[in-house]
Design a protein around this ligand. Structure first.
Ligand code: C2O
Ligand code: CU
Length: 486
């Protein structure tokens, strides 16, 4: 009798929810506290206005526990990674940032289409934030998706020492049909005898490859564990914040597929399935995973080897990321997910201005140092690429080096083209794309009215600092040349 009433009540509530036009959220299908070992700290929103997220963010050297060792690391709000900032699309984000590091820094909001003044690049949008000083970032978040934040001063060093964090912008109207969600920050750090390792390790040869850390972390933990019900769908929001390492995600020993529903700039046109999923530094993926396995067993999630160029797979092994301990509940039968579709209006290549972006590496200076170049010049000698408000450009990135390069453009999304010059399907807004060694790739980008000088660089941060970086100057005014320093 009691149960009967409950069911009727539930039915009434569901009808009310549907009638009021709100998205119905299915109940959690995971065990209680399933993700407690890996769940991220969240930044505290100190503003009661539901449309404003206002937080305090402090960069400082603090002692953190990295894989059981106490290390003095560079942190945001005292931990690695920095706190998860959550907001809804359309919200205003206000960040009161304070620098307590021994070096100047800034905060760049990777992937957010914000005004240039908030882009966090010293010499272009703001001055460096000196030790003991503060800066307030204040902008709206136009797009839903997983984004991230990190310094843009000596970024190879500062990101490598621990400074990066996730920014999740959700669309409350979205109907994905999966309630259990993990935000996964994939990262690494180089530690030797309990201390951070100098950032110039291996000289310019180390730079040419891109220095990877020796400890792989997922949400700051080494091979942590979640508990889950076999077959139950989970949504993983993944970002690779490592300064050089690529991740190639696989649920080892299972035939679990990874259904990718979104990437850098929110949902894809339609989902696409993968057995293993590659994320280059800076890239994001939104994935639905229903782990396949016998109840009571444990699945090891790994990063398989991935060939990003000379020296990246020889004598190396896969890395453990985290484990999924399947509980004893019977396998949850697969229920079809709602059709996830997004209408993306493709940009047209017709009339687009061609831009060439030639990536080379040289060793021709008298001291034998390696130097990366874009269109024949390292960053410190580069002239900006020019763009106009409303202009569409077709970029050809030609990589003749022995290493792959994840190319990141600040402030704008682009659409990657296939070999036939057509946009890759499903359509996908990207801000970071991997350009494999000895290959070339094209993309289309359209600039809006956000004038300014926007960085474009390799997100292997050693490469960026080794020269693989330049800018796109957007505006209708005359070119005044470079006005900043690395
Ligand atoms: Cu995450 Cu200039 O970049
Ligand atoms: Cu690179």
């Amino acid at each position: 009798m009691r149960r009967h009433i409950c069911l009727r009540l539930l039915l009434v509530l569901m009808v009310v929810a549907t009638a009021s036009g709100r998205a119905t959220t299915p109940p959690s299908v995971e065990p209680p506290d399933w993700d407690s070992d890996i769940r991220l700290r969240e930044a505290e929103d100190i503003n009661p206005d539901p449309k404003i997220v206002e937080i305090n963010l402090q960069a400082a050297v603090t002692e953190v526990d990295v894989a059981g060792e106490k290390v003095q690391a560079w942190t945001y709000n005292g931990g690695i990674p920095g706190p998860l900032i959550r907001a809804n699309a359309g919200d205003r984000l206000i960040v009161h940032f304070t620098n307590q590091l021994p070096s100047p820094t800034t905060v760049h909001w990777h992937g957010i289409r914000l005004p240039i003044a908030m882009d966090g690049v010293p010499g272009i949008s703001q001055d460096e934030v000196e030790t003991g000083q503060s800066f307030t970032y204040d902008f709206t978040l136009p797009d839903a998706g997983l984004f991230w934040y990190h310094p843009h001063v000596e970024s190879a060093t500062q990101v490598g020492f621990g400074l990066s964090g996730p920014l999740l912008v959700e669309d409350p109207g979205e109907q994905i049909g999966v309630t259990d969600q993990l935000v996964l920050v994939l990262n690494d750090i180089e530690i030797d005898k309990g201390a951070l390792v100098r950032p110039n390790m291996g000289g310019t040869a180390g730079m040419a490859f891109g220095r990877e850390g020796n400890i792989v972390l997922v949400n700051g933990k080494k091979n942590a564990s979640i508990s889950a019900r076999a077959g139950a769908p989970q949504r993983w929001r993944i970002v690779n914040t490592a300064k050089s390492r690529y991740f190639n995600i696989n649920l080892r020993g299972t035939s679990t597929v990874l259904t990718k529903i979104g990437s850098d700039g929110g949902l894809l046109e339609y989902p696409k399935q993968f057995d293993t999923l590659v994320l280059a530094p800076g890239e994001r993926a939104d994935v639905i995973v229903a782990p396949k396995g016998k109840p009571g067993t444990t699945i090891q999630v790994v990063s398989e080897l991935y060939n990003r160029g000379f020296g990246s797979v020889e004598f190396r092994e896969a890395e453990d990321l985290f484990r999924i301990a399947l509980n004893n509940q019977p396998v949850l039968a697969a229920t079809p997910l709602p059709k996830i579709r997004r209408t993306i209006e493709p940009l047209s290549a017709e009339g687009a201005t061609p831009v060439k972006f030639e990536l080379t590496i040289t060793q021709d200076s008298p001291d034998g140092k390696y130097e990366y170049r874009v269109n024949g010049k390292p960053f410190w000698k580069a002239k900006p690429i020019l763009g106009k408000i409303g202009e569409t450009q077709i970029w050809t990135v030609n990589n003749t080096t022995a290493w792959s390069h994840p190319i990141h453009l600040h402030g704008f999304f682009f659409l990657v083209l296939d070999k036939a010059g057509q946009p890759v399907r499903p359509l996908e807004w990207k801000d970071t794309v991997n350009v494999p060694f000895n290959q070339s790739l094209q993309f289309l980008v359209r600039y809006d009215d956000r004038e300014g000088e926007w960085m474009v660089h390799c997100h292997i941060l050693d490469h960026a600092e080794g020269g693989l970086m330049t800018t796109v100057k957007i505006g209708n005014g005359p070119d005044k040349g470079h006005m900043h320093h690395p």
